[in-house]
Design a binder for this molecule. Structure first.
Ligand SMILES: Cc1cc2nc3c(=O)[nH]c(=O)nc-3n(C[C@H](O)[C@H](O)[C@H](O)COP(=O)(O)OP(=O)(O)OC[C@H]3O[C@@H](n4cnc5c(N)ncnc54)[C@H](O)[C@@H]3O)c2cc1C
Length: 448
């Protein structure tokens, strides 16, 4: 079997790795328009977490308790397995599983986080998997300003994403995967009866039994894919290495990843060389799902991130030495997908929103299982997002209006919650818009 993979990020490279693990004789190539790791995989916040873009409640409503619990266990297990797999491949990705602390920094956040812990108990999640920590306990792990307590889960590791993705591309090459960097795919043509699918590049074409599209946030730049996912920009900053005296004061002794519970997502980690790498949303969505390199920088968002980081840690004196960002992919129903069409030879995996580090590996295992043993049911092919079809995004200008309104409302809701300690009108409108996005209607692809 010949497989052509478009995109040299975690999804593409892990898929190649998993296929070779199952059958070393497979002929596999990866086509990457820039260098492997150029996309989100080389630039993310390094949370290797068991997070999923859709809430537990919606998952249970759509798929039932058993399938929700199965998925939760697979994702939780997969955090440690990612570390083991990197170690086995001799990739030093700075993996350190210290869990995640999400701090409540005002009353509304505290109520929301306590409620999320209570709800998770009703869904069978144990205290050892997700717990509320009172302020004194939370401060021992991570001391953020104005903390009222925090949630803690052990199911997250800190990684260095660029080291992992570059390491993976070396491993793939050593296994005989042909990697073509600097190779821009301009079209992917489905196969028909008697004709294999085809990948068209600027320099020529490739035919294979299967073509895997692993282009995530760049997907809308391919013909016919503009409404498949919406490219959201997430931006990051990093400090200079900070002194031991600072870390003695603020904690993170086990490299816990951290956030607070504001609506406009933020995420941070202590890097191996003792910097903060810190990121967040807030950059605008660009009309027509446009993806351009100049959107990777936004001075307004970088200033906002620096202000938030200094507010979280008032004694932080270090300079901000790096700024960067990139696109991730959000499907209309926020559900990732792994798709294989055996009639046309077309396959894809993605739509992880901001949770793709572990999810891309899980998706790649499911994809490799499907491609090599289509009739065998595995832990991975049984996941609810396998063979899930998300509906397409609305046409413009509705897409632009809806997404940017949600970003605006999230910012306004955070301000109200911070200033007045109440969840005002902006919070309620944000909730409505967000739940309309994730769409809790039963999925037509749900098993009978
Ligand atoms: C700033 C930021 C922070 C994030 N933080 C986290 C985090 O902490 N934890 C987490 O779980 N997730 C995080 N994410 C999301 C996560 O990084 C992604 O979900 C994941 O890396 C997706 O991997 P991928 O291989 O599917 O896509 P990508 O890594 O984006 O790879 C796609 C590749 O396809 C290539 N490509 C695109 N079009 C073409 C074409 N036409 N021809 C050839 N090649 C093409 C691109 O150059 C790119 O290398 C973050 C994302 C960003 C942007």
């Amino acid at each position: 079997m010949d497989v052509a993979i478009v995109g040299g990020g975690f999804t593409g490279l892990w898929t190649a790795r998993e296929l070779k693990r199952r059958d070393p004789s497979l002929r596999i190539c990866v086509l990457e328009k820039s260098v492997c790791g150029f996309g989100a995989s080389g630039r993310n916040g390094g949370w290797a977490s068991a997070l999923f873009p859709i809430s537990d409640q919606i998952l249970v409503a759509r798929y039932g308790m058993d399938r929700f619990t199965h998925q939760r266990h697979v994702l939780e297990r997969s955090v440690g397995e990612l570390g083991e797999s990197a170690r086995a491949d001799r990739i030093d990705a700075h993996f350190s599983q210290g869990g995640t602390v999400v701090v409540a920094r005002n009353e509304v956040q505290a109520q929301r986080l306590r409620a999320s812990v209570e709800q998770s108990r009703q869904l069978g999640v144990a205290e050892s998997d997700f717990a509320w920590l009172e302020k004194s306990e939370a401060d021992q792990r991570a001391t953020l300003s104005n903390s009222l307590g925090a949630t803690y889960t052990p199911h997250c590791a800190r990684i260095h994403p660029a080291r992992l993705v570059r390491g993976l591309s070396d491993v793939d090459e050593s296994l005989g995967v042909q990697i073509f960097e600097d190779t821009h795919v301009t079209r992917i043509l489905p196969g028909t009866r008697g004709r294999q699918p085809e990948v068209v590049t600027v320099g020529g074409s490739i035919h294979a039994d299967f073509v895997v599209r692993a282009t995530e946030g760049f997907t809308p730049t391919l013909p016919g894919e503009r409404r498949t996912v919406a490219p959201f920009y997430s931006l990051m900053i990093a400090t200079e290495p900070l002194p031991d005296s600072f870390w003695d004061e603020v904690g993170f002794a086990h490299h816990e990843t951290f956030a607070d519970d504001r609506r406009l997502i933020i995420y941070g980690q202590r890097t191996k060389d003792n910097r903060f790498a810190f990121g967040g949303r807030g950059a605008s969505y660009h009309f027509g799902s446009t993806v351009e390199q100049r959107f990777d920088s936004d001075s307004r968002v970088f200033s906002m991130l620096e202000a938030i980081l200094r507010e979280l840690f008032p004694t932080l004196n270090g300079a901000i030495t790096y700024h960067w960002g990139g696109p991730l992919a959000m499907p209309r129903d926020q559900m990732p997908s792994v798709l294989v069409d055996f009639d046309t030879g077309m396959a894809s995996a993605g739509g992880y929103t901001g949770d793709g580090v572990v999810l891309s590996r899980v998706a790649s295992i499911a994809l490799a299982d499907l491609l090599t043993s289509p009739d065998t049911d595995t832990d991975f092919t049984r996941l609810p997002f396998v063979q899930h079809h998300s509906r397409r995004w609305e046409v413009e200008p509705l897409r632009w209006l809806g997404i940017n309104s949600a970003i605006r409302l999230a910012t306004m809701a955070d301000r109200t919650e911070q200033r007045r300690g109440v969840d005002g009108r902006a919070s309620r409108w944000y909730e409505r818009l967000a739940s309309a996005g994730s769409d809790s209607r039963p999925d037509p692809s749900r098993d009978a």
